[in-house]
Design a protein around this ligand. Structure first.
Ligand code: C5P
Length: 205
């Protein structure tokens, strides 16, 4: 069984995907990490993230980069959204994601274009969303807990900018697949979100 989970930043898609993977005993790939690894490599090599050729050169990162906790930084998330808009960057990461999706026994993948591009034939597709204000509140609390100096207004502005960039790019924009089930987590606890996600998957497979 292939489960595709898409949605914007801080919608809850990562937490839900991990829980689904555990519930169904499937391997899980957070595809955002791949774009974050490219961003991190661009930064480390002092390349220009807005230049497609520079960003493509950074797609050749090694496996160890994926385990670097620095990938979780908000700065890297922003940079990931810039490098991920280049069609050749997306093309460079495509096969790796397709291979993961189509492995024997199935998989759970989360990202922005899993149900539309990476695994269009997925058995279950979820599009997870929540209002920008609620997502900013979650992300702000997370950053504060990690001691990052940032204000709620800044986090909200960043979330809106990232949504805008991810939804308006011409290659693989952030849009729900026509056959995706929508899951709004704005007013749901983590437990309730996971329960609902499992019910939606059950109804679809
Ligand atoms: O999900 P996460 O915040 O880690 O993703 C970082 C950025 O990577 C996103 O803002 C998006 O621009 C990009 N991304 C993407 N396609 C995916 C996953 C992430 O374009 N499948």
């Amino acid at each position: 069984m292939i489960i595709a989970v898409d949605g914007p930043a801080a919608s809850g898609k990562g937490t839900i995907s991990k829980a689904l993977a555990k519930h169904y005993h499937l391997p899980h790939l957070d595809t955002g990490l791949l774009y974050r690894a490219v961003a991190h490599t661009v930064q480390r090599l002092e390349l220009d993230p807005t230049r497609e050729a520079d960003a493509v050169a950074a797609c050749d990162f090694d496996e160890l980069t994926l385990a670097d906790p620095a990938l979780r930084d908000d700065e890297i998330g922003k940079l990931a959204s810039v490098v991920s808009a280049h069609p050749l960057v997306r093309a460079a990461l495509l096969q790796r994601q397709k291979r993961f999706a189509n492995q024997e026994g199935g998989a759970v993948l989360d990202g922005r274009d899993i149900g539309t591009v990476i695994a269009p034939a997925a058995d279950a597709k979820l599009f997870v969303r929540a209002t920008p204000t609620i997502r900013a509140r979650r992300r702000h609390a997370e950053l504060q807990a990690r001691g990052a100096p940032t204000t709620f207004d800044q986090v909200l502005a960043d979330i809106r900018a990232r949504d805008q960039r991810d939804s308006s790019r011409s290659t693989a924009p952030l849009v729900p697949a026509p056959d995706a089930a929508l899951l709004d987590t704005s007013f749901l606890s983590i437990e309730a979100s996971v329960e609902k996600a499992i019910a939606l998957v059950e109804a679809r497979r």
